[in-house]
Design a binder for this molecule. Structure first.
Ligand code: FMN
Length: 220
C-alpha cells in the first residue's frame, strides 16, 4: 500500500468517524482534528487498517514463501495472553492439498461448483493459513483472533489480500471425510482448528461494508 497524503488520510479518518466503529465523532477522529498533527507512521497504519477489505477474488499467482514468512512473523508477534502463544499456525500453498480438500468439500456441497469461477473452497485463494486454538486456555480464541488480524493487516500493507474464513474450518472439523486433511495439518494434541485465512493477490476492489458506530461509546 502506498502512503497517502495527509489530506486524504484526514478525510478517511473523518469519514471513518461517521462509518466505522472505534472512530466515533467524539473519539480518535475528533482528537486528530483537534491536534491537526498526524505522524507519517500513524497515517500509514491507520490508512492500512481503514482500507483493508476481505478479498474473495484472487489472481492465481501464489504468495511467495518469504513474503508469507513475514506475514506469519507479524502474526506470532500479536499480543497474547500470558505470552502463552496459545495458537498453532499452518500455512498451505500446496495446490494438491487445496484441491484435495476442495474435492471432498464439493462432494458434500455440490452446488458450490455452480459458480463458474469456483476453483477452491477458500475463495479461490492460492495460499491458506489454518489457525488452531488451545481449548484448554480460556483466552485462546482471543489470541488466535489477534494473530490473524496482525497477519491480514501485514499482508494488506504489502498489497496482498486476505479473507478470514470460518466456513471452511467448520467443514473440516465437522466432516469425517475431511479428517485426513485435518491430520495433515499436524496440529498439537488437543488443539482445534478455529478458522482459516485465505491469502493472495487481489483480483477485486470491494467497497467498504458499513459499520455501526453506535456499538461503541465512551462511558463517563
Ligand atoms: C470469524 C470470521 C469468520 C468469517 N468467515 C467467513 C467465511 O466463511 N466466508 C467469507 O466469505 N467471509 C468470512 N468472513 C469475512 C467477513 O464476512 C468480513 O470480514 C465482514 O463481512 C466485513 O468485511 P470486511 O472484512 O471487508 O471489512 C469471516 C470473518 C470473521 C471475522
Amino acid at each position: 500500500m502506498k502512503l497517502r497524503t495527509t489530506a486524504k488520510i484526514s478525510a478517511a479518518i473523518i469519514a471513518a468517524g461517521i462509518l466505522l466503529p472505534g472512530c466515533g465523532g467524539n473519539g480518535a477522529a475528533q482528537k486528530l482534528k483537534e491536534t491537526e498533527t498526524v505522524q507519517p507512521a500513524s497515517e500509514a497504519v491507520i490508512s492500512n487498517i481503514m482500507s483493508r477489505r476481505s478479498i474473495r477474488r484472487y489472481k492465481p499467482q501464489p504468495v511467495g514463501r518469504d513474503t508469507m514468512q513475514t506475514i506469519l512473523s507479524c502474526g506470532i508477534n500479536a499480543p497474547n495472553g500470558q505470552n502463552l502463544q496459545s495458537w498453532a499456525v499452518r500455512a498451505v500453498d500446496s495446490q494438491d492439498f487445496i484441491s484435495g480438500i476442495t474435492e471432498i468439500y464439493l462432494k458434500e456441497n455440490p452446488k458450490a461448483a455452480d459458480d463458474p469461477s469456483f476453483r477452491n473452497m477458500f475463495r479461490n485463494a492460492p495460499t491458506v493459513v489454518f489457525v488452531a486454538c488451545d481449548p484448554g486456555y480460556d483466552f485462546s480464541q482471543v489470541d488466535c483472533g489477534l494473530l490473524g488480524e496482525n497477519m491480514m493487516l501485514a499482508a494488506w500493507s504489502m498489497g496482498i489480500g486476505s479473507c478470514c474464513l470460518g466456513g471452511p474450518a467448520r467443514f473440516m472439523t465437522g466432516s469425517p471425510a475431511a479428517a485426513e486433511y485435518l491430520e495433515r495439518l499436524d496440529f498439537p494434541e488437543g488443539y482445534r482448528l478455529l478458522y482459516c485465512i485465505a491469502f493472495g493477490y487481489p483480483d477485486e476492489t470491494p467497497a467498504a461494508k458499513p459499520r455501526d458506530p453506535s456499538k461503541v461509546r465512551f462511558i463517563d
